[in-house]
Write a protein that binds this ligand. Structure first.
Ligand SMILES: Cc1cc2nc3c(=O)[nH]c(=O)nc-3n(C[C@H](O)[C@H](O)[C@H](O)COP(=O)(O)O)c2cc1C
Length: 281
């Protein structure tokens, strides 16, 4: 068992937001109750249809995605997905984003009232008040969002998910900690692009996308390591973990929990394997 932000997780292994939906598909492959927790797909106040296709492109040892936060909206999530997730027997972490601090607070209130176990605040989304610049690149914006979420989250622990697309991630991490975050998760995807050589145009309809998978493991380890030495709150480390030994490195870097994302697309049961192998290690 691992205690993280006051919550007892069966083991340190969680499924990363956006790579496991709400658990329905993966539950056909294995018993999710053997995992520490599951992060929901990124939720927003209202339903979003996401970006046009193509939304994913292959890269060496990873992938580029621009799904665009497709989700049914928080009220529909609470009505139709959360009751199913509660049957899974694992901790439920609700990942969400919004376009202003007030909207973040409203989303947090709805999700904590609905009884999710933990909130994961995705600050990689555009801030409408800052001309679309992501909240996560500014310590002041991260601080304002964290404070707003904390003020409406009641007793539900708040974890802030940091973007790696910044100059110094420890500055942002400290801003979240000072504003009252109970934990941090890191890293989200790295901004990238790929081009189709025939057309000379980007492969993704959105143009740019987020890089994830094995290619980003050393970046994630470096950022977790530096942040763990800069803050006191616990860290859920993720980014490129695809084996037990990758997970062990992430724990050595300073993470208390780990997340598995892109690796699940190659092997749907990889998180279960890693959880079992960590216990044997
Ligand atoms: C297809 C896809 C969708 C994602 N959607 C979200 C999301 O909705 N919210 C979020 O915070 N992160 C999202 N992520 C980022 C992952 O949760 C994770 O931080 C990142 O992919 C790095 O981990 P990995 O290399 O193990 O995939 C998504 C990643 C992928 C590949």
């Amino acid at each position: 068992m691992v205690t993280f932000a006051g919550i007892d997780f069966k083991n340190p292994v969680t499924l990363a937001s956006g790579t496991c939906g709400f658990g329905r598909e993966l539950a056909e492959y294995f018993d999710l109750s053997e995992l520490g927790g599951i992060c929901s797909k990124g939720l927003t106040l209202y339903e979003r249809v996401g970006n046009p296709a193509p939304r994913v492109a292959e890269t060496p040892s990873g992938m580029l995605n621009a799904v665009g936060l497709q989700n049914p909206g928080i009220d529909a999530f609470i009505r139709t997905e959360l009751p199913f997730m509660r049957t899974l027997g694992t901790m439920i972490i609700a990942n969400f984003s919004a376009s202003s601090a007030d909207e973040f607070a409203l989303c947090a209130a709805k999700l904590s009232d609905a009884g999710v176990d933990m909130l994961e605040v995705n600050v990689s989304c555009p801030n409408v008040k800052a001309e679309g610049l992501a909240f996560g690149v500014s310590p002041d914006a991260v601080s304002a969002v964290t404070e707003a979420v904390k003020s409406s989250a009641g007793h539900t622990p708040v974890m802030v998910k940091l973007s790696p697309n910044v100059t110094d991630i420890t500055v942002i991490a400290k801003a979240a900690e000072q504003a009252g975050a109970d934990a941090l998760s890191m890293i989200n995807t790295l901004l990238g692009i790929r081009f189709d050589l025939r057309s000379g145009k980007p492969i993704l309809a959105n143009g740019t996308g987020g890089l994830s998978g094995a290619a980003i493991l050393p970046v994630a380890l470096g950022m977790v390591y530096r942040t763990a030495n800069a803050v006191k709150i616990p860290i859920l480390g993720l980014g490129g973990i695809s084996s037990r030994d990758d997970a062990r490195e992430m724990l050595i870097a300073g993470a208390t929990l780990i997340g598995i994302g892109t690796a699940t697309f190659r092997d749907p049961a990889i998180a279960l394997k890693i959880a079992r192998e960590l216990e044997d290690a």
